[in-house]
Design a protein around this ligand. Structure first.
Ligand SMILES: Cc1ncc(COP(=O)(O)O)c(C=O)c1O
Length: 436
């Protein structure tokens, strides 16, 4: 009995000590959160920078923001977090709200007659409809495989396209500057099936390979085609940014395997939904198998929510003002303003450069325009600055170095999709960097 009491009291002591530690940690977190909130609460200064008298620049000029304690705050545009889109969705109110009763989404299965048995028919329907409305891809009479973001589909594609009985892993390449996650995702499990082999421009190895073609490209925004062009090549087209807010839609893409995501099309990165459009039945089956092994399907709740969001986007494109503002017009205009501001800041500073693009006709918006990518590929032009990321970090601006994209550290990638307040502050700070 005494032994039991001893054990119980030891257990209690342990529990009490854990509880005390947890509450201490929570207090520390709470205090630091309050500090962060305090230091980032904005003050609009009178000392505005006027880059232009154009009315579209007013919000920028008014957004001279400093931390309350006088210290400059850190602006983080490293990630491509698409919070710019919040404005549109807030404006649209309850249109995309869905209610999912407790008895729904219990089964693992969505449609057992489909190769992709966890694909919600309503989501598939809205994917096909949106591509038809925008004219950016052929999705009818193709296999659709849904994934937990296009990140999971990228891995499913590597699994499905790799020869299963080869003596060595198949090479995976992409032309530099390439999306910085490709090398780490490809090699994270040190697969025996596939292996990252770097820049497609310098890929010389004989034999089969997989080439990732990102168009428009992350990080530099250019429209791309495959560069290796050998008969044993298998292509994966990552078309995350082939939407009219970023680039002209010139034809409906119809490649063997295309990847799309709500993260960059509608801005719902947190929903974690992507889709692959696949021509070959065996490839679709293998991709489905990979997702079955990996996560036994994809959240039905997210698919239903994504279906609703895509439906509202298509409705906004198809009908009159009663259906709300055209989603792509709205976000296209937001990005146009941001690119205008960035170019003005680069011009004023004289220390940087950004890519120049040629205008192209967009079949969706029925006009010519220049690409306005989701990222700016900024180059530090000062001779003495070899590491642009460190240089900007010293000015409290967080970006991603060109070296992560297989390129020169004289370049950085900047997200163009953050909230207005962050973006505007960044551009203003950039414009004030002048030669010493
Ligand atoms: C080219 C490209 N593909 C895929 C992704 C990831 O998309 P998801 O959020 O759907 O996983 C990104 C995200 O930045 C990207 O830039």
């Amino acid at each position: 009995m005494g032994k039991i009491f001893h054990l119980v009291s030891l257990k209690h002591l342990l529990l009490v000590s854990i509880a005390l530690n947890v509450s201490l940690i929570l207090r520390v977190i709470n205090i630091s959160e309050k500090k962060i909130l305090h230091s980032s609460s904005a003050l609009v200064s009178k000392n505005n920078l006027h880059l232009s008298s154009s009315s579209s620049l007013t919000s920028f000029a008014n957004a001279r923001i400093e931390a309350q304690d006088g210290e400059e705050r850190v602006i983080n545009l490293d990630h491509g977090d698409p919070t710019m889109y919040e404005k549109y969705w807030q404006q649209e109110g309850d249109k995309t709200t869905i209610v999912i009763p407790g008895w729904q989404s219990l089964s693992y299965f969505s449609d057992v007659s489909n190769i992709c048995w966890f694909l919600e028919p309503e989501f598939a329907k809205e994917v096909v409809r949106l591509h038809k409305v925008v004219g950016n891809a052929i999705a009818e009479n193709r296999h659709i495989v849904v994934g937990t973001g296009s990140t999971q589909l990228f891995q499913a594609a590597l699994y499905a396209l790799s020869p299963q009985d080869a003596l060595e892993p198949i090479s995976v390449v992409s032309a530099a500057p390439y999306y910085s996650s490709y090398p780490s995702i490809t090699d994270c499990l040190k697969s025996g099936l596939y292996k990252w082999a770097g820049d497609a421009h310098s890929f010389k190895k004989e034999g089969p390979y997989i080439e990732l073609v990102t168009s428009p490209n992350n990080p530099d925004g250019f429209v791309r085609q495959s560069v290796v062009n050998r008969s044993e090549g298998i292509l994966v087209h990552d078309l995350a940014y082939y939407w009219p807010q970023y680039t002209s839609i010139s034809f409906p893409a119809d490649h063997d395997l295309m990847l799309f995501t709500v993260s960059k099309s509608t801005g719902h990165a947190g929903m974690r939904i992507g889709w692959a459009i696949v021509k070959d039945t065996e490839v679709a089956k293998k991709m489905t198998k990979y997702i079955e092994l990996n996560t036994i399907g994809v959240s039905k709740d997210s698919q239903l929510r994504a279906a609703k969001v895509l439906k509202v986007v298509s409705n906004s494109c198809e009908s009159s003002s009663s259906e709300g503002e055209n989603f792509f017009e709205f976000s296209h205009n937001q990005l146009a303003t941001r690119w205008e501001l960035l170019r003005l800041a680069v011009q004023k500073s004289g220390q940087f450069s950004v890519p120049e693009f040629a205008p192209q006709f967009c079949t969706f918006l029925s006009r010519d325009f220049k690409p306005q990518p989701a990222f700016a590929w900024l180059k530090c032009e000062q001779e003495e600055v070899n590491d642009c990321e460190s240089f900007l970090r010293s000015k409290k601006m967080l970006t991603r170095s060109g070296k992560h994209f297989g390129f020169s550290p004289k370049y950085v990638r900047i997200s163009m999709l953050d909230r207005d307040q962050n973006y505007n502050l960044f551009v203003e700070r950039l414009s004030n960097i002048i030669s010493s």
